[in-house]
Design a binder for this molecule. Structure first.
Ligand code: SF4
Ligand code: SF4
Length: 192
């Protein structure tokens, strides 16, 4: 594990930076647990949403970044809707996931692979192509037959097909994504 996460003050500074980016004041959390109670992914999580914010508050960032939970969050915002303080938990979790990825701490490699392929897909075509996403995902993760049973239904309802579903704004989408990537690289350099 990254040694700087063992230093509680460094870990708290990292948590504060992630919280600031997500527009969250960690002290706003009441620890009421309404977020965990409504989370559709909680059954598979190793740290509940309520615990994620509490661990961040305590500077236990190693536990947060190592958790599977930050990779399993579906960004559905149910927790935000239920939270008495509208705390942006998916924003915190996304920040933690990006930090974990930077450090090579990939808790669920399939989710990481899926996200990378999805983003490349959007960068290339301006929007997601189901065929490309599913094909590359299955091949690169070794889950060759995953979701194959759904293919007839997807073909019938034109969710997938032989033609690529592109957009006229593909060039603008690519430009936006390249700018976001450049800003992220710049930020990383500033942190070194
Ligand atoms: S619902 Fe909001 S206040 Fe309650 S534990 Fe979750 S984040 Fe904290
Ligand atoms: S956004 Fe993530 S943490 Fe919040 S309820 Fe949805 S899956 Fe759970």
């Amino acid at each position: 594990m990254d040694r700087c996460l063992n230093n509680r003050e460094n870990a708290k500074a990292l948590a504060a930076r992630i919280a600031k980016d997500a527009g969250v004041d960690l002290q706003d959390c009441y620890q009421c647990g309404k977020c965990s109670g409504g989370c559709p992914m909680a059954g598979d999580m190793d740290l509940m949403p309520r615990q994620i914010i509490q661990y961040m508050r305590l500077g236990l960032m190693g536990d947060v970044l190592r958790s599977k939970s930050i990779w399993l969050c579906a960004a559905c915002h149910t927790c935000v809707d239920r939270c008495p303080h509208d705390i942006n938990l998916p924003g915190l979790i996304e920040g933690a996931r990006m930090e974990a990825k930077r450090r090579g701490m990939i808790g669920v490699k399939e989710v990481d692979k899926f996200t990378d392929i999805f983003l490349e897909n959007v960068k290339m075509f301006g929007k997601n192509q189901e065929v490309v996403l599913e094909g590359l995902y299955n091949v690169t993760t070794g889950h060759l037959m995953q979701d194959m049973v759904n293919v007839p239904h997807m073909l019938k309802h034109k969710i997938v097909g032989p033609e690529l579903n592109t957009t006229k704004q593909a060039a603008e989408v690519k430009e936006l994504m390249l700018r976001a990537q450049a800003a992220e690289n710049e930020r990383k350099r500033g942190e070194q």
